[in-house]
Design a protein around this ligand. Structure first.
Ligand code: NAD
Length: 731
């Protein structure tokens, strides 16, 4: 396999073109890195070569590192994974440093051969770290291209010199959004931020790169950090301005990550410590911190869930093997909050949409929702007038079911009432082709029950979106008892078209995500009722990396919805219903008229503009938090186990069939502590024996809801973990 192609021309320019066969995007592997180094050696050793262009044979430059490489480095080093990683990373540094020095005399700083990166399109991660080691970065004016270092998003940081180079190039403050937030920019913005040097029309890219190489002077080839007297822009740590920057950055990181994401802190340490030493030592420091992060179980869990498994699910890891089921024309029934959102994401993905509501005005309002989003996009310069017209042109608002003719998929999002749903199912099925798939977006009603209204239950399925539809990344696909494979394939292909992440689960009360989030919310309210300080409950959750405390989450979703779900659940479960103590809190809040953010009054107080203030003081008066308060860890265990045990039960019961879906779905669906990689990864991190011991203790003190599921207990006895069991089953 050849990843990098080498050629020279009559003017003495060597071109190294990255073009991995049979892949749409270049990613760097260890073999690729060795090839790149060999080509650099050839170019530097060949007297007839005057300079080098590194570019790509594809529309994009590169998507990043093949993240499996990290696992390989660890494995290859046997019982010394740290050493394997450190050596592997230092070999990357060596190659990139070779490009950067390009044969330069270390004393005179003369004699280097110019190396330019010519980027036709997207350059991410290592795909930008290689260019950052070149003497100049020229990008094609391609507004679709993304330039940046998104590593932090999967729990690591740019560890092939990107951290050290960008911090030295832009200063700590300037580099912060790109390193700490993984901000991606199109080429022109990347140029104004100072990340790249030049943007030219695509067709002139290589000619301009060549022109630059031929005209480059010795001084153009010395990086600021290799020149005498280099000072970090904005000041190094012991400079007065730098001192302020680093103190502020440290506080900001701790505030944002609550100390649970190791990568951000390690990144800042690498920049801080690296800023006080010469460049080559800084690279070594960066490598040490990088190894530190890679050895933290959080980074492997995040990479596994948020990168490898998320991508596998998006590509259809659990898709039944049936023909292409891409949606061409979609019917949406109900143009309310959800229906309007579904219509927008589908139309935006190029699908023709018929949007039906009971009256024309409601249908039009539903379409208006898309207009609102597109207008906002135009204001931010992200959407053009033409794009807006195109998307809106795809949505037909109507009350006529006949308009559904030719739809190959219908998603129903009318009121949460089985009778109304049955009625629209019958009407729609009379209008759509016999082979069309019908999906319901219900959040609480069993799919198999709703399917009874369908004449074709094997073509009936649940496609459960989360609100707001245009922002939430997860879609839960629910197989009813009779749902057939083609319906599942259709739902998965639809989710892929609208670029969201699917999980496929079996039909059971609350499916998967809501099933796990409800116990979290309930545990929070239960503690308030017990007299645990509400601030302790909320902060304990946030310190575990939950994006919202349980009380804030109830405020966002509203207490009347909570009361409605509680009533329905109680009716369905009868004597088995175990949340009576929680209802006491919910119903009292509803009586007080404190329904959450929408009424500007809930567990939190809000100002007139609806901005959240502090926790509502009346809460403490009703449920007095006097007396001994529990330990932080205990509160955290209650909140986390409430969710994680429910996930395990969903697996035991066959609602979930794949722990990858359980983990990815938990992070994207309700924000389960992303640093942990999801509930199954978290339990693996704790180890089943410890997890069971905690369950036993919680069960003894707080009740049967914390009883360790048999599966977990079994794993504790046999010394297994969820992911090890999965791997041995897959092998
Ligand atoms: P909504 O009340 O905002 O919208 C429902 C729409 O359906 C209304 O516009 C109504 O006029 C229309 N409608 C009612 N009866 C109709 C009929 N016979 N024919 C045509 N249109 C009819 O409700 P929503 O929040 O959009 O929820 C819709 C569905 O999505 C429900 O099943 C709900 O459980 C589910 N859901 C909601 C959320 C959420 O967060 N709101 C999340 C996931 C799923």
């Amino acid at each position: 396999m050849t990843d990098f192609h080498y050629s020279t021309d009559a003017d003495g320019i060597a071109t190294i073109s990255w073009d991995i066969p049979n892949k749409s995007m270049n990613v760097l592997s260890m073999e690729g890195l060795a090839e790149l180094e060999a080509h650099i050696d050839t170019a530097l050793g060949d007297e007839s070569v005057k300079g080098v262009i590194i570019t790509s044979g594809k529309p994009d430059f590169a998507g990043g590192m093949d993240l499996n490489v990290i696992a390989k480095m660890k494995e290859m080093a046997g019982d010394q994974p740290q050493k394997g990683l450190f050596d592997g990373i230092m070999s990357m540094h060596r190659t990139l440093r070779k490009i950067e020095r390009a044969g330069m005399d270390p004393k005179t700083l003369k004699g280097a051969k110019p190396v330019v990166a010519a980027l036709p399109g997207t350059a991410l991660g290592i795909g930008l770290e290689i260019p950052l080691a070149c003497h100049r970065i020229i990008a094609a004016d391609n507004p679709k291209a993304k330039i940046g270092l998104p590593e932090i998003m999967v729990g690591i940081f740019p560890g092939a010199g990107g951290t050290t180079r960008l911090a030295r190039k832009l200063g700590a403050m300037g580099a912060a959004p790109f390193l700490l937030e993984g901000k991606l920019s199109e080429p022109k913005k990347a140029k104004s931020a100072g990340i790249i040097d030049e943007v030219v029309p695509g067709e002139e890219l290589l000619a301009r790169a060549k022109e630059w190489v031929l005209g480059a002077k010795d001084a153009d080839l010395v990086k600021p950090w290799d020149a005498k007297g280099y000072k970090m822009p904005g000041g190094a740590p012991y400079h007065p301005a730098g001192f302020m920057t680093f103190v502020g950055a440290s506080a900001m990181i701790n505030g944002k990550t609550q100390g649970v994401y190791p990568a951000a802190k390690a990144l800042l340490s690498a920049v801080y410590e690296g800023a006080m030493v010469p460049f080559d030592t800084a690279l070594k420091i960066e490598a040490r911190w990088f190894v530190n992060v890679l050895m933290n179980p959080s980074s492997s869990a995040m990479i596994r869930s948020l990168f490898i498994n998320k991508e596998a699910l998006e590509k259809g890891a659990n898709r039944p093997k049936v023909d292409d089921e891409k949606v061409r024309k979609l019917g949406v029934l109900g143009a309310g909050m959800m229906g309007a959102g579904i219509a927008y994401v589908a139309a935006n993905a190029g699908i023709e949409v018929v949007l039906i509501d009971a009256d024309q005005a409601a249908a039009e309002r539903g379409k208006g929702y898309s207009e609102g989003i597109l207008d906002k996009g135009m204001k931010r310069g992200k959407v053009t007038e033409a794009k807006k017209a195109e998307v809106l042109g795809r949505i037909t608002p109507t009350t006529e079911y006949a308009a559904l003719s030719g739809c190959d998929l219908v998603v129903e999002a009318v009121f949460e009432d089985p009778k109304v749903k049955a009625e629209v199912t019958t009407k729609a099925e009379a209008a759509i082709p016999a082979d069309a798939i019908f999906a319901t977006n219900t959040s609480t009603l069993p799919i198999s029950d709703l399917a009874k209204a369908s004449a074709r239950p094997e073509q009936f399925i649940g496609i459960h979106f989360f609100s707001p539809v245009d922002k939430m990344l997860l879609v839960e696909i629910i197989r009813g008892r009779e749902t057939g494979d083609r319906a599942v394939a259709k739902a998965l292909d639809f989710v892929r078209q609208i670029r969201k992440t699917p999980i496929v689960v079996n039909d059971a009360r609350f499916f998967y995500a809501n099933r796990c989030i409800i116990p979290y919310i309930n545990e929070g309210m239960r503690m308030v009722r017990e007299g645990v300080a509400p601030a302790l409950v909320e902060n304990a959750a946030k310190l575990m990396g939950m994006p919202l405390g349980p009380l804030q989450l109830v405020d966002e979703t509203s207490l009347d919805l909570g009361a409605k779900i509680a009533k329905a659940t109680r009716a369905a479960m009868g004597d088995a219903y175990a949340d009576g103590d929680v209802d006491e809190v919910v119903f009292w809040m509803v009586e007080e008229g404190r329904l959450g953010r929408k009424t500007k009054a809930g567990f939190y107080a809000y100002d007139d503009a609806g901005k959240r203030q502090g926790l509502w003081s009346g809460l403490g008066e009703k449920f007095d938090p006097a007396g001994d308060q529990p330990d932080l860890i205990e509160v955290q265990h209650r909140l986390m186990f409430a969710q994680a045990l429910e996930a395990v039960r969903a697996l035991e019961e066959g609602v979930l069939t794949d722990i990858r879906e359980g983990d990815v779905g938990a992070i994207l669906g309700w924000g389960f502590a992303p640093w942990s990689g999801g509930p199954f990864s978290w339990l693996d991190m704790l180890g089943a024996p410890f997890a069971v011991a905690v369950c036993d203790d919680l069960e003894a003190r707080f009740g049967a809801r914390f009883k360790a599921p048999a599966l977990l207990r079994e794993m504790a006895q046999s010394g297994k973990s969820f992911y090890a069991s999965r791997a041995s089953m897959a092998a």
